[in-house]
Design a protein around this ligand. Structure first.
Ligand code: KIV
Length: 262
């Protein structure tokens, strides 16, 4: 299993870090047998697993539930848990209690969205001995303020702000930083200007690693195909075909046959 030290070493050696989200036990068991370096129980669970439109609906209870399930199947991977919406804005006690329960559920690290006003909260978590992954660019918890899911840092002024944010997160003690939905040239500049690794999603090829939502890369949502996403399998249609086949065989009295009977 990799640790925060390996994150730093990967950047130094130029070996990209692969991360995937996961929310449940059986997917965790599959990921556990792959070469993937780390797993993120993202607050995207609210959308992917619970059908909400944004991550704002993720709660600490939801995150504990998913982290616990993933942990049971994931014996051999570094596990990062998202701090859900406003967790770090409800006072230090609430923040620390939330981090506490996520770590006790099996996380090795937490991820906190945004820089600016969150630096004090990030520092206090880091100073408590808990590794924090930062997250800038398109920060889905600020979806309403950003005016939707759009590429960030497209002009010089906002690009400068993101470079500054990345430096502040490094100073605050983040061991790595997710860069979401920003131009690849900007992701390259950020990566070159900080010493901790950057993990991209929709941020091109010059980051220190990549993260994708599991269901997205498996093609489970056939209607979600943004430019940055590659389907590594046609999950929706392959699963649908299998289910249709099962339905057909049941109705044709083909399944179960003698082979599947006692
Ligand atoms: O919640 C999530 O899945 C994330 C990734 C998109 C980085 O934060």
């Amino acid at each position: 299993m990799i640790s925060v030290i390996d994150f730093k070493n990967s950047k130094k050696s130029g070996t990209p870090i692969s991360i995937v989200t996961c929310y449940d036990y059986w997917s965790a068991k599959i990921i556990n047998e792959t070469g993937i370096d780390a797993v993120l129980v993202g607050d995207s669970a609210a959308m992917v697993m619970h059908g909400y439109k944004t991550t704002i609906n993720a709660t600490i209870e939801m995150m504990i539930y998913h982290v616990s399930a993933v942990k049971k199947g994931l014996t051999d991977k570094f596990l990062i848990a998202d701090l859900p919406f406003l967790t770090h804005k409800k006072g230090n006690k609430f923040l620390m209690n939330s981090v506490d329960v996520l770590m006790k559920a099996g996380a090795h690290s937490v991820k906190i969205e945004g820089a600016g006003g969150n630096l004090k909260a990030i520092k206090s978590v880091v100073e408590s001995g808990i590794p924090v992954m930062g997250h800038i660019g398109l920060t889905p918890q600020s979806f309403n303020q950003l005016g939707g899911y759009r590429v960030q840092g497209k002009d010089d002024k906002t690009a400068e702000l993101l470079i500054e944010d990345a430096k502040l997160l490094e100073e605050a003690g983040c061991y790595s930083i997710v860069l979401e939905l920003i131009p690849s040239a900007l992701a390259k500049t950020i990566t070159e200007n900080i010493s901790v690794p950057t993990i991209g999603i929709g941020a091109g090829q010059y980051t220190s690693g990549q993260v994708l939502v599991l269901q997205d890369l498996l093609g489970m949502n056939k209607d979600f195909k943004p430019k940055f996403l590659k389907f590594f399998m046609d999950g929706f249609n392959q699963i649908k075909t299998a289910l249709d086949q099962y339905d057909h065989e049941v109705k044709q009295n083909v399944f179960p046959s003698d082979k599947e009977s006692f």
